[in-house]
Write a protein that binds this ligand. Structure first.
Ligand code: DLL
Length: 455
């Protein structure tokens, strides 16, 4: 038995395979057998499809055009009869065209700002807010957060779903919230010290930045009260996670979600399977499809995640194409939960770069760099056109100890990185070594790719 409130104990217990002391928030759901889960899902799916059809003219037309009506949903498999929804549907109906309830019943609005055009606007009824908080309470407990924890928010409290979404759920779980918001890194470190913060809520890249700034200020992470990192909003590659855990002396966990289907709360990492996340299956029906053909793939195969929230009142969303690539397994987990687990998302079908005809994912670059001694987790990929050809440059930031005054040594280091990249990517990339601290830090989601090619 271990005490989840003792710093370091959760990681040690996880290494021993001892999860007995971590409470499960809704065991009747989280540990239910598959038949029970699927029965709940089917009942909710039928009601949700009818809700969308009867209340949202856009869905009624879409379904009529596809020749499907709510009564055609007799099994979970029948979800494939429904048309997909994508970002453009929300953009085209901006701001309230997909809302299924009168605006007086909407308690809160959130939005995600895209790079172009209008934002995606989403709304929540009272029941939606309850469902959302329920999902957050679960994923927080999966990560080892317990009532009485002091949770410091480093997501922004604006229209972004990360700030308020996690705030409400954690508060309801019984955490003392410290609503610091994003930015002002030194103040974050002071607050961790002054208020005895135990849980940090942030993107993993901002957490890494907080860690570095703390180190520069001489802050002793090992003896700090901070115990759990509740991170999300962007991929958390294994090397970054390992770095944060060893330097900040915390359990670094990762949760996933997206604005269009509420925000954070779709899935969260437990301490037993550290590269997977349990999906809140009683609130979300998942499918994995082939991104090219749109056909459903069997459980276990990698493809694009499609989500149908099962009890969303304000904006029902049927078969939302996330573009996130993952695979889902349904075997029970060592933590005791039976909820399906999705592999952590490392890439999106739409962040694939085509460099001189070869497909390159930023996560491949990340994996090569993480295997090289002396480089940090900070990198950037720059793509340009030179003499009519694609040119890819990878900027990688070095650790201070890897930096040398010797031109020859630096040159050798660089060409070694170039060789390794070429052998994995099957396309050559120029490498630029950047001095420690030379790659810009972010307080939100990090942007690793800059594609300057004319579109
Ligand atoms: O990022 C919601 C969120 C906030 C999740 C805070 C977790 C914590 P959006 O801004 O709409 O919503 O971005 C959604 O971000 O489709 C993924 O590509 C990516 N993403 C979110 N969480 C993760 C994660 C929020 N844990 C998009 N791992 C999604 C990998 C993630 N990618």
């Amino acid at each position: 038995m271990f005490d989840p409130k003792v710093k370091g104990a959760a990681l040690q217990a996880a290494a021993r395979g001892d999860f007995s002391s971590l409470p499960i928030f809704r065991p009747e759901i989280e540990c239910a057998d598959r038949l029970t889960i699927e029965r709940i899902q089917l009942e909710k799916l039928q009601a949700q499809v009818a809700w969308a059809y009867n209340r949202v003219p856009w869905y009624q037309k879409k379904m009529d055009d596809a020749g499907v009506s709510p009564s055609d949903i007799k099994t979970l498999r029948d979800v494939t009869k429904l048309p997909f929804t994508d970002k453009t549907a929300l953009r085209d109906t901006f701001p309230f065209g997909l809302f299924a309830v009168p605006l007086e019943e909407v308690e809160e609005l959130h939005a995600s700002s895209g790079t172009t055009g209008k934002p995606i606007v989403v709304g929540y009824t009272k029941q939606d807010m309850d469902t959302w908080a329920d999902c957050i309470m679960r994923l927080a407990q999966m990560a080892g957060v317990v009532p009485g924890d002091r949770a410091q928010m480093a997501f922004g409290y604006g229209m972004f779903t990360g700030g308020f979404g996690l705030h409400y759920g954690l508060q309801r779980l019984g955490c003392m919230m410290i609503p610091a918001g994003s930015g002002n890194t030194e103040r974050h470190i002071d607050m961790i010290h002054d208020y005895g913060t135990t849980v940090l809520v942030a993107t993993p890249s901002y957490a890494m930045h907080i860690c570095e700034v703390g180190e520069q200020l001489g802050f002793d992470w090992e003896s700090s009260t901070l115990r759990v990192g509740l991170f999300g909003g962007e991929p958390c590659p294994p090397a970054l996670k390992a770095e944060i855990e060893s330097r900040m002396h915390i359990v670094c966990t990762d949760n996933y979600g997206l604005t269009e289907v509420n925000g954070p709360g779709v899935s969260g990492e437990c301490l037993a399977s550290r590269d997977m996340q349990h999906i809140a299956e009683d609130h979300y029906l998942w499918e994995i499809i082939d991104p090219e053909t749109g056909e459903q793939l069997p459980a276990g195969e990698e493809g694009e995640l499609v989500l149908t929230p099962l009890d969303k009142q304000a904006i029902p969303v049927l078969r939302y194409r996330t573009h996130d690539l993952t695979r889902v397994v349904t075997e029970p987990c060592a933590c005791g939960r039976t909820l399906a687990r999705m592999q952590k998302v490392r890439s999106r079908s739409d962040d694939m770069l085509i460099i001189r005809g070869t497909n390159v994912f930023p996560s491949q670059v990340e994996d090569v760099l993480s295997g090289i001694e002396g480089v940090t987790t900070h990198y950037k990929i720059l793509v340009e056109t030179q003499n009519g050809m694609d040119k890819m440059t990878v900027l990688t930031e070095l650790k201070p100890e890897a930096f040398s005054d010797s031109f020859d040594e630096m040159n050798k280091f660089r060409s070694n990185v170039e060789d390794k990249l070429r052998s994995v990517l099957q396309v050559s990339a120029k490498v630029k070594l950047v001095e420690p601290g030379g790659i810009e830090r972010t307080t939100g989601k990090s942007k690793h790719v800059e594609d300057r090619r004319a579109k």
